[in-house]
Design a binder for this molecule. Structure first.
Ligand code: ADP
Ligand code: MG
Length: 363
């Protein structure tokens, strides 16, 4: 299967509308989107395009997210990543506006891909008689350091290692089991703005006050305990002794993952007026996005013509190696603003996304 690049064009914000910004992006239907401005006139193709009027539910149902959740239950490594410039709607698409507003809980209609996927997983779990064990881990990559967002106390960098059996993995990464939507959502709120104990890196700069300066990776581990034999239901595994081997061989458990990646903004340094510490941040963000783009364009070559894929070029590409490379299934959601002021970033996001269209994997 291919990576499925999906495009979401957010509505003009109040500020953009008040200022009288021109809309330069138009959806033509059938996955085509047209950009027209003074010296630009281009059409791009996607698996699906969601324009300003598309609801959160429409994005969940129309992007293939539900199928991705089902594949994770079946034991595949599934990844959805949202990318685009700061303020283009990445966090909105993944989590909804809930992360932006101080106190009011978001209306259920506005919940993002994450909450909808959790609901879907928990429904499946319930209908299978709790035979799915769900746990979550939450990492950020900030200035090329991997940090565990779930560990209490000040953030500390964790080593990223490689082994033959596991591929790249983060040592001492915490994971938390959950059995309800409230539990996993409160976990998200703990580490995402605006909760008091927010840990994810955000800095104010010219484009967006809450712009994220880190890549955030939430991974849901889906372990299927389902078993046809008499030991299947409810048994956690620990209490069963001599039959463990038999049980395992009779009905192997499946372990899938569903990873949500909220990439840091893709804008170039000069456009955000960044300097000092901010430009160090911007440079490492750009470096890892560049590395990701590089891996993606190499993966897009026909199998026979592929050279070595430089996953080791950044922490981000190491962590995403499995889902990008061979055995994973990836859903990419490119996010753009329709405003003429964002034109150059919009074009670069569109080019980046259309390259990914040619990546194929063998899950
Ligand atoms: P990013 O995470 O890419 O920096 P955000 O998700 O924070 O961007 O979105 C920027 C602003 O635009 C927020 O105020 C958000 O509520 C709003 N927004 C983004 N996408 C949509 C959408 N599809 N519908 C309505 N508002 C949106
Ligand atoms: Mg964001």
């Amino acid at each position: 299967p291919r990576a499925h690049p999906t495009l979401r064009v957010r509505p003009l914000t109040c500020t953009e509308a008040r200022r009288g910004d021109q809309q330069v992006v138009h959806s033509l239907g059938d996955g085509a989107v047209h950009v027209s401005a003074a010296r630009h006139d281009a059409t791009f193709g996607f698996s699906a395009v969601f324009d300003a009027g598309a609801s959160q539910e429409a994005v969940f149902e129309g992007s293939g997210m539900r199928q991705l959740v089902e594949l994770a239950i079946d034991g595949f490594s599934c990844t959805v990543f949202a990318f685009g410039q700061t303020g283009s709607g990445k966090t909105y698409t993944l989590m909804g506006p809930l992360a932006q507003s101080e106190t009011q809980p978001a209306s259920p209609a506005l919940l993002g891909l994450m909450q909808r996927s959790f609901t879907c997983l928990l429904e499946q779990s319930r209908s299978r008689g709790s035979d799915l064990a769900l746990s979550a881990s939450y990492l950020e990559i900030y200035n090329e350091q991997v940090r565990d967002l779930l560990s209490p106390g000040p953030p500390c960098a964790l080593p990223l290692r490689w082994s033959k059996t596991r591929g790249f993995y983060v040592e001492k990464q915490l994971s938390v089991e959950f059995e309800s939507l409230e539990a996993i959502v409160s976990l998200l709120l703990q580490v995402s703005p605006p909760a008091g104990s927010q840990r994810r890196r955000t800095s104010a700069h010219a484009l967006n006050r809450h712009s994220s300066r880190s890549h955030a990776l939430l991974t849901i581990h889906v372990r299927s305990r389902a078993c046809c034999g008499p030991w299947g239901r409810g048994g956690g595994g620990q209490s069963i002794t001599p039959n463990v081997a038999l049980q395992a061989s009779a009905c192997p458990s499946k372990q899938g993952t569903l990873c949500f990646v909220d990439l840091a903004g893709s804008e170039r340094v000069k456009e955000t007026g960044s300097s000092g510490e901010l430009s160090v941040e911007a440079n490492s963000i750009n470096r890892s996005l560049l590395a990701l783009g590089h891996c993606i364009s190499l993966l897009a070559k026909p199998r026979g013509k592929r050279t070595h894929i430089p996953y080791r070029d950044s922490k981000l590409t190491r962590l995403l190696a499995r889902s990008l490379g061979g055995s994973g299934i990836t859903l990419m959601v490119a996010c753009i603003s329709p405003s003429s002021r964002c034109l150059s970033e919009t074009l670069s996001t569109l080019h980046y996304a259309s390259r990914a269209r040619r990546v194929t994997t063998r899950p």
